[in-house]
Design a protein around this ligand. Structure first.
Ligand code: BES
Ligand code: MN
Ligand code: ZN
Length: 496
């Protein structure tokens, strides 16, 4: 990841590239005006020649042929009409400026776009967004390639900051870097293949996090889960050679160590074949991403620990591999969950809810302030919301609003879906307390209803990230979502 720090008001001595903003109509930002002096008018000359420079999405690299100072090139970025800048547009502008700046292969980049505050944002939130965007931009996954001889030489970035903004920008950069670090972990875990990222691997990753940040981490094995009565969770993993685990990682940052914790529960299916209800072959490789809920709660834990937030946070990850075999669950099998409720497994491919329900019962012991579970739970959620919004479900209007706003603030949005009592009808079974599927209508809603039956003891919300956790096609890769949303949510709780 590229290193991002708070810099000074002007490019430091050894800066080779500086990124400055201009507005529609040729108005120069403060940093662009300084660049114009440095280059003896090359910046204003560029905006005069190209009237489109200044529009959102416009960009031009101006070489400093006047050679005043060490800045060899200015990346001039259009920010639209002054006063109209949105956080989304600033994120886009930052991302394309990163591409342009990096193509010049500099060691140090001075970045001033964080001085243009989008509506409703301050110096801290803007610096956080810019720092995080730079971190996201330079993410790459090379763990599974033959190691390159030459290391990637990523540029370092200094964000513009004055005496009066220093405190805010420094705090924002720290937050942005922390979120980017959390997202990096989440993306790495997601991108790792199922033969490497097994339930035990996720457990080891949590233990390593525990060492790094002094967290208490416990990884329960199948014997311990048996004594707890987690037969729903265990039924999913029983046909795999990689036995299931339950990971519990605790960060204790609140002033009062006894404060009720925020609990995040993440679905950790390290590969989902569908089991005996086998999935079709096309694109099945993408089911290595079925542990992205788990990866996102570990990534959020990392970001929160990195920021040293004054909050108690517990990440819980039920993890298993869903395989077909002679000892696998069959359609029609009935299991007893930890809650005592029995489940008729009508489709072994609806396995996420089977591991989550036992984890959701397990977390009752923490007397949580709130529980949010995160899961690549249903293909139906992708049909409903595509790849733009995560699905948000909660019977609690205030909690739903709180999570919606966190998503908006973090540019990692969710959309609320219903949980009416009537949908529960679809989960009725002739033979057990409930079935694990509710038929084709409203598939993501009935999945959430299933989870709701295990979450009566605390305020609860569920995020279905099946459409947002990774990108398919040519740019296939984990997105790191919803770490920004979750981190923003926990920040809010730490202040409240
Ligand atoms: N992991 C899948 C959900 C999924 C599918 C996420 C495609 C992203 C893309 C989940 O375990 C699953 O298989 N769900 C079934 C549920 C059905 C059997 C009720 C589904 O969505 O088809
Ligand atoms: Mn499945
Ligand atoms: Zn699944």
């Amino acid at each position: 990841m590229a290193k991002v720090t708070a810099g000074g008001p002007v490019p430091s001595k050894n800066t080779q590239v500086a990124v400055v903003g201009v507005f529609e109509g040729g108005e120069l930002s403060a940093a662009a005006q300084r660049a114009d002096l440095d280059t003896e008018g090359l910046i204003s000359a560029a905006t005069k020649l190209d009237k489109g420079l200044g529009k959102p999405g416009s960009l031009r690299t101006v070489l400093n042929t006047q050679q005043a100072g060490s800045v060899a090139a200015y990346v001039v970025v259009g920010l639209g009409k002054p006063g109209d800048l949105t956080a989304k547009a600033l994120r886009k502008a930052t991302d394309s400026a990163c591409t342009a700046a990096a193509s010049l292969k500099p060691k140090l980049v001075f970045f001033s776009l964080n001085q243009e505050l989008p509506k409703g944002q301050d110096d801290e939130t803007t610096a956080a967004l810019v720092a995080r965007t730079i971190g996201e931009h330079f993410y790459s996954f090379s763990a599974c390639r033959k190691q390159d001889e030459e290391p990637l030489n990523l540029p370092a970035f200094e964000l513009a900051c004055t005496k009066s903004t220093e405190k805010e920008v420094t705090a924002g950069v720290a937050r942005g870097n922390a979120v980017a670090l959390g997202m990096q972990l989440t993306r790495d875990l997601g991108n790792l293949p199922g033969n490497i990222c097994t339930p035990a691997y996720l457990g080891d990753t949590a233990k390593a996090l525990g060492k790094q940040y002094k967290l208490s981490v416990e990884v329960l094995d199948h014997k311990q889960m048996e004594s707890l009565g987690m037969f729903s969770l265990l039924s999913v993993g029983k046909a795999s050679n990689n036995p299931p685990k339950l990971i519990v990682a605790k960060y204790n940052g609140a002033k009062n160590p006894k404060d009720a914790p925020v609990v995040l529960v993440g679905k950790g299916i390290t590969f989902d074949t569908g089991g005996i209800s086998l999935k079709p072959g096309a694109n099945m490789d993408e089911m290595k991403y079925d542990m992205c809920g788990a990866a996102s709660v570990l990534g959020t834990l990392k970001a929160v620990a990195e920021m040293k937030l004054p909050v108690n946070l517990i990440a819980v990850v039920p993890t298993a591999e869903n395989m077909p075999a002679g000892n696998a669950s069959k359609p029609g099998d009935i299991v007893v969950s930890m809650s005592g409720q029995t489940i008729e497994i009508l489709n072994t491919d609806a396995e996420g809810r089977l591991i989550l329900c036992d984890a959701l019962t397990y977390v009752e012991r923490f007397n949580p302030e709130v529980v949010v579970d995160v899961a690549t739970l249903t293909g139906a959620c992708v049909v409903a919301l595509g790849h733009v919004n995560s699905g948000l479900f909660s019977p609690d209007d205030d909690l739903a609003d709180e999570i919606m706003s966190a998503g908006k603030q973090a540019l990692d949005t969710a959309w609320r879906m219903p949980l009416d009592e009537e949908y529960h009808e679809q989960l009725k079974s002739n033979f057990a307390d409930m079935a694990n599927i509710g038929g084709p209508p409203a598939g993501s809603v009935t999945a959430a209803c299933f989870l709701q039956k295990y979450t009566k003891a605390y305020p609860w919300a569920h995020l279905d990230i099946a459409g947002t956790a990774w990108v398919s096609g040519k740019a296939k890769g984990a997105s790191g979502r919803p770490v920004p949303l979750l981190t923003e949510f926990v920040i809010g709780r730490s202040e409240g």
